[in-house]
Design a protein around this ligand. Sequence first.
Ligand code: HEC
Length: 250
Amino acid sequence: MSAPPNNSAAHVEQSGASDESLQAVHAALLHHNPEPREGYSLLPLGVLGFMSTMIFVCCIYFVHNRGGFNPLVTDGRLNPSSGPVETKLTDAQIVKKGQSLFNQTCIQCHQATGLGVAGAYPPLAGSDWVNGGEERLIRIVLDGLKDPVTVSGAQFSSSNKMPNFSAIPGTEFAYNWNDDKISYVLSYVRQEWGNKAPIVTGDAVKAIHALPGVADRKTPWTQAELLAIPVAPPAPAAATPPAAAVPAGK
Ligand code: HEC
């Protein structure tokens, strides 16, 4: 009796193992990517990183191109019918704002004492430029000052320039202050370190800034140019600050 029991099964196994195409299919199946699963899976980190970068870049873009959008319009305390907030500032508030502007910028050269640095930066404390007529002073901060200058009788000379604080494209300094900011800082330096000159209003700075020769000015002033400008109120006017300050403060 020759009847081999599982002959057919052994035959199939044997032929499978020797079939190259089947082996190739098995190999492919074994190295296959994981099957897609149903349900939630984390975004690939690369995509996440890319999207975050895009959102970040877009925010920067919006901040830089907000087209003069004034954040004050979202301030509930601002009543649009009452005009700009600035007009409501008291003299003390103006001087306070000026102090903070001074401490951010002017202080690095003219120092907290207002005495400057000998041979490098002239003093503002007791300076006849600071305490004299406001027009020359306004011009100095709008457009800057270069070449030797005599401050309160003492000749001052250094290779440093006083920067322009108004926006003048193409200059090495880019403070880009508006006229109100300039008036705040000037009001402060005229009241600090024993200086006793009246505050400077934003309107006064605007008026000087709009003059021909000032509006289009692109280089710092020289002392000679400034001295050629007549000082409107004579020196004694500085001795009566309240009279000038009252209409100025509105
Ligand atoms: C980068 C340094 C620097 C900064 C910042 C600076 N100044 Fe000056 N400032 C000078 C120099 C230098 C001179 C003298 C220029 C010259 O010799 O012609 C000067 C001159 C002046 C003068 C006329 C001379 C005097 O002593 O009275 C005034 C006023 C003045 N600065 C005010 C200011 C105010 C206000 C600020 C801030 C808004 C300011 N400066 C910021 C360097 C600076």
